[in-house]
Design a protein around this ligand. Structure first.
Ligand SMILES: *Cc1c(COP(=O)(O)O)cnc(C)c1O
Length: 396
């Protein structure tokens, strides 16, 4: 199907059926599908608690509120992410700081974070928001060690990585977002993500106190739970105990999420197969650098990583020319991401060109190729052929 986008959702007959059933039920906002989706998602990720919310950005906002971010908070995130990973700190009144990326993975570089932490007195920073960028899992065990040295919390932005995992030093498989090392993790169900519900998001955690706070903040700070009430005037009685928001995910979208979750593993394997074909096609081509080639396709990527492949990214010298050429050929690639601190809004906050040279250099060359489970082998071959034909025409 042309044009070929970089990402596309897949809606199956079972999804339509699930949404129809919920539309005909008594619940459009908070109904039984919300809890069912939360339970199934928590099982899939392997964590204790999951809280469904309006979208990934709302998830990030609630996480910063639950962790008590305020005007005294300084939080470190990566320049190569979607703006929301940084904005959520500002929503809660805190300050955002960035550390540069590891050019090999394009993930926030833990050593750069360490240097930044060491440059200030202990207690200066309060938290970290690293991102499993493109679906490549963070080494959260190492992050936790550093965070503990400095008394920091961690929000893992796992929007790109449901189903991804790393194996920790004890040999235990740690799914992205499972809450064993990070305090909180967040996911998005935007149509380009693994699980698509239109708008939708999820927060995962193993921390019961944070879980209770998130439930409260998701619905206006209001609770009806008899165990939490200060007083109780009768069956109608509720209390607003915190300044919360309406960040609920509707029942019908949770029904869609449940149906999509049933196919999540199939989608992951399709993504892996697509990545393997790209890797094989581009590995011999010196003018293409593959970001994070598959573990078993190269000796470089550690074998204890399972890449969830939200994005398949290559780096080329003449990126704009390749982007335009592919567009003329009905292949709609994308660039992930323009460094957040280079946005006009963040520049006004004091960030300057040259602050994060590795992120800027990455941005100058990166290109996200079509990567979604319903991409046919034929369409993928067309993409590969066009890219190779273009690259081979370059003289230097
Ligand atoms: C998609 C995304 C978000 C925001 O999710 P929405 O559901 O669109 O609000 C946040 N962080 C990252 C890394 C994302 O990719």
């Amino acid at each position: 199907m042309r044009p070929i986008p970089y990402g596309r959702q897949q809606i199956a007959p079972a999804d339509l059926e699930a949404v129809m059933q919920t539309l005909q039920s008594d619940f459009l906002t908070q109904g039984p599908k919300v809890e069912e989706f939360e339970k199934k998602f928590a099982e899939y990720i392997g964590c204790k608690y999951a809280v469904a919310v309006a979208n990934g950005t709302a998830a990030l906002h609630l996480c910063t509120l639950a962790l008590g971010v305020n005007q005294d908070s300084r939080v470190i995130t990566t320049p190569i992410t979607f703006a929301a990973s940084a904005n959520c700190v500002l929503y809660a009144g805190g300050q955002v700081h960035f550390a540069d990326i590891d050019p090999e993975t394009a993930l926030l570089d833990l050593e750069k974070v360490r240097v930044l932490l060491e440059s200030k007195p202990k207690g200066y920073f309060s938290g970290l928001i690293p991102v499993d960028f493109a679906g490549y899992p963070l080494d959260l065990e190492a992050y936790r060690q550093l965070a503990d040295e400095y008394g920091l919390w961690i929000i893992e932005d796992a929007c790109h990585a449901p189903g991804g995992y790393f194996v920790d030093s004890a040999g235990v498989k740690q799914n992205c977002g499972n809450g064993n090392y990070a305090d909180l993790a967040i996911f998005s169900f935007h149509p380009v993500k693994h699980i698509a519900t239109g708008e939708g998001g999820m927060i995962t955690t193993n921390n019961p106190e944070l879980y209770q706070k998130l439930l409260l903040l998701r619905t206006h700070g209001i609770t009806k739970n008899p165990e939490l009430l200060h007083e109780n005037h009768g069956g109608w009685y509720y209390e607003m105990q915190a300044l919360g928001y309406n960040y609920r995910m509707p029942d019908m979208l949770c029904a869609l999420g449940i149906s999509q979750l049933d196919r999540a593993d199939a989608g992951l394997h399709a993504r892996q197969a697509i990545a393997r074909r790209y890797d094989a096609a581009f590995a011999p081509e010196k003018k293409i650098k593959i970001l994070n080639p598959l573990a078993y396709a190269s000796g470089k990527t550690p074998a204890h990583i399972f890449h969830a492949y939200h994005l398949y990214i290559i780096l080329v010298q003449y990126r704009k020319e390749l982007y335009d050429y592919l567009r003329e050929n009905e292949i709609l690639t994308q660039v992930h991401y323009i460094p957040v601190p280079s946005m006009p809004y963040y520049k006004e906050l004091g960030w300057q060109k040259g602050d994060f040279p590795l992120a800027e250099n990455y941005y100058a060359h990166c290109l996200s190729l079509p990567m979604f489970p319903s991409l046919t082998e034929e369409d993928q071959q067309y993409v590969i052929d066009k890219i190779l034909a273009w690259v081979q025409r370059q003289t230097n």
